[in-house]
Design a binder for this molecule. Structure first.
Ligand code: GRF
Length: 220
């Protein structure tokens, strides 16, 4: 079973989807610590409600980037974390952090990478006029939203979509694919070679708009 440390700055709906998947035994993982840089993050409330350990590390306490990241790394290591989950964590990680957990950090991003990196990406996608958008779970490397892609889910953009409506629909997909990606990791089924992540026994891709097929959660 993989031991998770979750980093979140905001509302924590992705954290919630991971907690729910663990509690309903779809996801074989344990969350040993939830860390936030924002003392007011609702993600912390969600964690506490489920009896999870929480820590707050602020940039006021650790204004130097390296010291801030060093503190995060030490909390994660002390808590025996094997896989770091970024769930709406609003700070970029330094190379020091990334090198402490090589290919052991996952992030979820609300676009089909490599399109639309950074912030406000639902608006960027609409302004560009794409017909499909979606979300991406990827391993984290030293770039911004550039690491090897694990799962993407695709959805059509509606003519009357606003950034808010698109965000909401994408979030629904995020809540499905993030626990799936972690479960694949937990089962030891992910192999990274260069930029390519392969899924052992992942099944065929033809005719689907989601990879790998959603059936990895047996009762879906
Ligand atoms: C999500 O849109 C995720 O893709 C992005 O940050 C947001 C976090 O939302 N990385 P939540 O805090 O999980 O609700």
């Amino acid at each position: 079973m993989v031991i998770l440390g979750v980093l979140a700055s905001g509302s924590g709906t992705n954290l919630q989807s991971i907690i729910d998947a663990i509690e309903s035994k779809k996801l074989s993982a344990r969350i040993n610590v939830v860390i936030s840089d924002n003392p007011g993050a609702y993600a912390l409330e969600r964690a506490k409600r489920h009896g999870l350990k929480t820590e707050v590390v602020t940039k006021d306490e650790y204004p130097e980037k390296e010291a801030f990241d060093g503190k995060l790394v030490s909390i994660l290591k002390e808590n025996g974390v094997g896989l770091v989950i970024l769930a709406g964590f609003m700070r970029l990680l330094s190379p020091l952090f990334v090198r402490a957990f090589p290919m052991k950090i996952m992030n979820i991003h609300p676009s089909l990478l490599p399109s639309f990196t950074g912030l406000d990406v639902q608006k960027k996608a609409l302004d560009y006029g794409v017909k499909f958008s979606g979300c991406t779970v990827h391993f984290v490397d030293e770039g911004v939203d550039t690491g090897p892609i694990i799962i993407q889910a695709v959805l059509p953009v509606a003519a009357n979509d606003t950034p808010e409506t698109l965000k909401k629909r994408i979030l629904g997909e995020e809540h499905r694919i993030y626990p799936q990606a972690i479960q694949l990791y937990s089962e030891g089924r992910l192999t990274v070679k260069g930029r390519r992540v392969t899924v052992k026994d992942g099944g065929g891709q033809e005719g689907t708009l989601e990879n790998p097929p959603v059936c990895i959660f047996k009762d879906e």
